[in-house]
Design a protein around this ligand. Structure first.
Ligand code: KG4
Ligand code: ZN
Length: 415
């Protein structure tokens, strides 16, 4: 059985705000929906830390005895003390949950030190999984014939990575982002355009872009003067913001549902033009990465594209052209396995487990306040020496040895 511990910095911060529904007991899900009513957010995210224990679940169950009154089809009339909200906060060191009554009364609050504690309690071996490695390796679950070496483009909310995967745990980083990742740019643009963010900024923007003219606004493609495989999306974000402001579109209180059809068209043009250039940047970097990768490993046959943004149909189609042009095959997991999911973590655990790469169970009596070496900017592989960029920002400066160097170091010790 596998448990994971590692993740990227943006994964950390975002997971504090988005609900991981899989963590919810089905009964509690029904409860939150029941008490919030239609059109309302079904969850509330509290900074309070809690653990989903039996005590906690029984607090939820006893609270579920309260009955909400529906005064009309769309309105719920509830006294504050009759509203009970479950808040879940997840991050890589803790999972916390709380049940709080509308009047501020805390019914239950608990913190769980995640995978590690469970592994200790049940004497299970533990496998540390790098979040971005999991995005890449899930492609081997989907495409059973996918052999090393392969090239991978990993595009998510916090990362843009081009890696050459030589073997399990052996990666060379050809490119990374020097500032923002593409998913962050999608999300910010979607927010500024007043899109409904409930299903995520990326999917909403992709949908609106279908209505727009992708050549209506001339955004410039980032980093063309740098002949490397690194990425930058901060400048494109700024260009979008300027375009929105120059068309006198408000970026605050600007829901697209309340705009005229003319204004909707303007926003769709911005969305489509943004998407075109954001993806052109990916295409250009992939072209160069394919060239580099074929020089290093001529046997490469596939480009894996994974991470949340890889669920975008436009991205998939455009990258497929690049890959076909270069005589390679595109391997893209289905959208449900591109965005964050438990399957990719479990599968990566399986890959490492069968190579004998796992740690013994932690002590069951491990002190609750034990310190762990969590690496929010843990690089996946060593940088390709010829690919180092002069444009690299200090924000991404190397803080830790890469996963690859750690695995290679421990393999040498065992010999
Ligand atoms: O990998 P992921 O699920 O979480 C992180 O590790 O960050 O990626 C989330 C990112 C978000 O920025 C989200 O807006 C973006 O992936 N995303 C998309 C699409 N679906 C998810 N971006 C563009 N188009 C999509 N269809
Ligand atoms: Zn992810």
């Amino acid at each position: 059985m596998a448990f994971s511990t590692l993740a990227s910095p943006l994964w950390l911060s975002r997971s504090a705000f988005f609900l991981k529904t899989s963590l919810l007991h089905s009964g509690t899900r029904a409860l939150t929906r029941r008490f919030t009513g239609p059109g309302q957010p079904s969850t509330f995210f509290s900074p309070i830390s809690l653990k989903p224990s039996f005590k906690h679940l029984s607090a939820i169950r006893s609270a579920s005895g309260i009955v909400a009154q529906k005064s009309s089809d769309s309105e719920w009339s509830l006294a504050r003390e009759d509203v009970v909200i479950l808040g879940i906060e997840t991050s890589c060191d803790d999972t916390a949950a709380a049940v709080v009554r509308g009047n501020g009364e805390i019914l239950s609050q608990v913190v769980s030190s995640q995978a590690r504690r469970i592994a200790g309690k049940f004497s299970l071996p533990i496998i540390s999984v790098h979040h971005m490695e999991a995005h890449a390796l899930v492609a081997r679950l989907v495409e059973k014939d996918l052999q090393f070496p392969f090239l991978a483009l990993l595009i998510s909310g916090g990362h843009n990575l081009l890696i050459l995967a030589h073997g399990l745990g052996h990666y060379v980083q050809l490119g990374t982002t020097i500032d923002d990742a593409i998913g962050e740019a999608y999300d910010k643009t979607a927010r500024w355009l007043g899109l409904d963010m409930r299903k995520g900024g990326g999917p909403a923007l992709e949908e609106l872009a279908r209505e727009g003219d992708a050549k209506a606004i001339k955004f410039s493609i980032p980093m063309r003067q740098h002949k490397d495989c690194n990425f930058s999306y901060a400048g494109l974000k700024t260009q979008v913001r300027i375009a929105i402001e120059s068309k006198n579109l408000s970026v605050e209180n600007n829901s697209i549902s309340s705009t005229s059809s003319h204004e909707r068209r303007l926003r769709a043009d911005i969305a489509a033009s943004f998407q075109r250039v954001a993806v052109l940047h990916l295409e250009e970097r992939c072209e160069r990465a394919i060239e580099w990768a074929m020089n290093i490993e001529p046997s490469i046959k596939c480009l894996v594209v994974s991470g949340g943004v890889a669920s975008n149909q436009y991205v998939r189609t455009r990258l497929n052209h690049v890959v076909e042009k270069n005589g390679l095959q595109l391997v893209c997991p289905p959208p449900s396995l591109c965005t964050d999911n438990g399957v990719m973590v479990a599968w990566t655990g399986i890959e490492h487990f069968f190579c004998g790469r796992f740690d013994p169970p932690p002590r069951a009596d491990e002190p609750k306040d034990s310190m762990f070496d969590l690496r929010p900017r843990w690089p996946l592989g060593e940088e390709y020496s010829q690919g180092k960029s002069g444009a690299r920002s200090l924000k991404r400066a190397r803080l830790h040895p890469s996963l690859t160097s750690i695995i290679q170091g421990s393999a040498q010790q065992q010999v």
